[in-house]
Design a protein around this ligand. Structure first.
Ligand code: CP
Ligand code: NVA
Length: 307
């Protein structure tokens, strides 16, 4: 059966996750050797973003281009949505022109409104709750490094946010042991954790949530962090910064992980805050591969939804 939308990792069957990773690896290799098919010729992808983006926007537009299709960037400034046209009406109309649409918005309920009314696949380009394309690209990067996912220990240090939620769901699907260290009051959504624990039971994964970065990072294969202040949280910055100070990936924290550990960050990064410049730019960082892999995994996603 064709999937209609990609809103969150938990909605994707485990077999489809593996198929997407395998396809993304092949697409990456083919790109490296200068080849590539154009299976999406004649198709148009819309991108409606209510928040800033470098990676998601550019990688999706480039992905569409490399697959032979076109993309159209739509900002809130330009659409009648700004003047009160409803999401449902906008989604219905855009479905008559476009073949799929990537949405980056605030509440996940807004994304669900788009998906309920659209007759074309809706892809989550980040909401306050989930960032599935990031997590799928992250699985690709981890598997590329270690050759496997099952049984690896991933330590996520910092905010229990959208990126953390999608990583938890991705870890649960693939048997990764994920350990989070979050300040009090900034733990991941308990509903997402509970549902993911049920999935993890079947795959051999585990989900641990604590307060101690060093405990989470001990013997980890992957250290992962994200910004302390997500888009839309600017007003909370002052209060948050104080609480997050001990949750930094630095040389000391890296020294308790396995010597073979890699460091990941979805970017954009703030050197000196959630990660030190030494670690971000150091030899254990796979952060630039991680950013590149967004392109390859999203080509696989586009083929899967539109091909
Ligand atoms: N990681 C990520 O989604 O980056 P952008 O906000 O630049 O798209
Ligand atoms: N948690 C961050 C991720 C940015 C890609 C945010 O939502 O701003």
């Amino acid at each position: 059966m064709k999937p209609s939308h990609l809103l969150a990792v938990h909605e994707i069957a485990a077999g489809d996750v593996t198929a997407l990773l395998d396809r993304a690896d092949r697409l990456k290799a083919r790109r490296r050797s200068g080849g590539g098919d154009r299976p999406l010729a004649g198709k148009t992808l819309g991108l409606f973003f209510e928040k800033s983006s470098t990676r998601t926007r550019v990688s999706f537009e480039t992905a569409m281009n490399q697959l032979g299709g076109n993309s159209l960037f739509l900002s809130l400034q330009d659409l009648q949505l700004k003047r009160g046209e409803s999401i449902a009406d906008t989604a219905r109309v855009l479905s008559r022109y476009l073949d799929a649409i990537v949405i980056r918005t605030f509440g996940h309920d807004l994304l669900e409104e788009w998906a309920a009314a659209a007759a074309i696949p809706v892809i989550n380009g980040l909401t306050d709750l989930h960032h599935p394309c990031q997590a799928l690209g992250d699985l690709m990067t981890i598997r590329e490094r270690f050759g496997t996912l099952k049984g690896l220990k991933l330590a996520y240090i910092g905010d229990g946010n959208n990126v953390a939620h999608s990583l938890i769901e991705a870890a649960a699907k693939t048997g990764i042991e994920i350990h989070l260290a979050c300040p009090k009051g900034f733990e991941p959504d308990p509903l997402i954790v509970a549902a993911s624990r049920i999935v993890a039971k079947q795959t051999g994964g585990t989900i641990e949530i604590g307060r101690e970065p060093a405990k989470a990072a001990e013997d980890a294969d992957v250290l992962y962090t994200d910004v302390w202040i997500s888009m839309g949280q600017e007003k909370q910055a002052k209060a948050k910064l104080k609480k997050f100070k001990p949750y930094q990936i630095n040389d000391t924290l890296l020294s308790v992980a396995k010597p073979s550990a890699v460091v990941m960050h979805c970017l954009p990064a703030h050197r000196g805050m959630e990660i030190t410049a030494d670690v971000l730019d150091g030899k254990q960082s796979v952060i630039w591969d991680q950013a590149e892999n967004r392109l390859h995994i999203q080509k696989a996603i586009l083929e899967w939804l539109l091909g």
